[in-house]
Design a binder for this molecule. Structure first.
Ligand SMILES: [Zn+2]
Ligand SMILES: [Zn+2]
Length: 345
């Protein structure tokens, strides 16, 4: 039987609407339970025939299904023109990620150097992350899932990393000219060595190194730990250097001799990250200014764990612009080729 393939390839209206709601909740850092409720609802409806979803929506009977609450019911009815679209419209407006003085810089960003997918603790497949990055106008996205030590985040063993590299190659063929660059957010161990052998780090395009445990070591130890890590020739970016948290459960920053650490970053060509996650906003302004005084390169990274969070680079652009950081200092204003040339010097 002849098929109208083009009409069949776009997602059903309920799916488009629910995907958008999930995207918007993520960019608003909404409570995980709320996002999960929509993800569960989406899975339930995915299990039905799309025609049945439409019939139930038009008849106002969706909420008779287990796991479909009034919000999901309203969104799906709106998607089929059987009710107002107020819920989704309200979210579009209330979750918008503002962009002020950093607008010009934002327009110069070519990509994002720190992101997670379901390969570790991200909430979306790598393909969905890449497609969202494309929609934001990026030329590339670096896939930096966690390394193995972070077991709570399903960190990548060398074997799983190899599998991820195969997936990236396939996706890149399909999504070209967009590029997923290979990478990892490798854990900085307590003595400053890294959670992946050098020969594997050498195979990756961009390596972010971050501390995720023992974040309140004595200052001398933390200084030595960070200097050791950023001096590793395979490390390109120092991730969220103080590990402070300013929202949700606030957390004090690590203490280290920032002059030593940033001097080492400058000496060994390791960029200092502006981590754009709203709960991190790391490093604080005074340290960011100090990194620039030491002539460090800077990377503006979303550290997105879901597609909607990729928009958070706006926050970092505003911070960089407010501090007068020159676009030339920011490594992700470079094209993918220029970034690779810089990282694989
Ligand atoms: Zn991290
Ligand atoms: Zn991360």
């Amino acid at each position: 039987m002849a098929q109208t393939a083009s009409a069949d390839s776009s997602p059903a209206p309920y799916r488009q609407a629910l995907d958008r709601v999930i995207y918007l909740l993520d960019r608003d850092l909404a409570p995980v339970q709320k996002v999960r409720a929509f993800l569960r609802g989406r899975t339930i409806l995915d299990g039905l025939d799309p025609g049945d979803v439409e019939r139930l929506a038009l008849a106002g009977r969706l909420s008779s299904l287990d796991g479909i609450g009034p919000s999901i019911d309203a969104v799906v009815r709106g998607a089929y023109g059987a009710g107002p679209t107020a819920y989704l419209d309200g979210l579009e407006a209330s979750t918008e990620v503002p962009l002020g003085p950093g607008a010009e810089l934002r327009a110069r960003l070519q990509g994002d150097c720190h992101s997670h997918s379901t390969w570790s603790d991200g909430g979306a497949e790598l393909r969905a992350m890449a497609e969202a990055a494309m929609a934001l106008g990026h030329e590339y996205l670096v896939a930096t899932d966690h390394s193995a030590r972070l077991t709570v985040a399903k960190g990548l063993s060398p074997e799983r990393l190899a599998d991820q590299l195969v997936e990236i190659e396939a996706l890149n063929e399909e999504l070209a000219p967009f590029r997923i660059l290979t990478g990892m957010e490798v854990d900085i161990l307590a003595d400053g060595t890294l959670d992946l052998p050098d020969e594997l780090l050498a195979r990756l395009d961009v390596v972010v190194a971050s501390v995720h445990y023992k974040i309140h070591q004595p200052e001398r130890e933390m200084t030595r730990r960070l200097v050791t890590a950023v001096a590793n020739p395979h490390v390109d970016i120092l991730g969220h250097c103080t590990n402070r948290k300013v929202l949700n459960k606030p957390r004090k920053p690590s203490t280290f001799d920032a002059d030593y650490v940033f001097a080492a970053c400058a000496r060994f060509d390791t960029a200092v990250e502006i981590n754009c996650r709203p709960e991190r906003q790391d490093p604080p302004d005074e340290l960011l200014a100090l990194a620039c005084e030491w002539d460090c390169r800077i990377s503006i990274d979303s550290d997105a764990h879901a597609p909607g969070q990729l928009e958070w680079v706006n926050y970092g652009c505003d911070r960089a612009a407010e501090l007068g950081i020159e676009p030339e200092r920011i490594i992700n204003t470079r094209t993918a080729d220029d970034l690779l040339a810089l990282c694989n010097r």
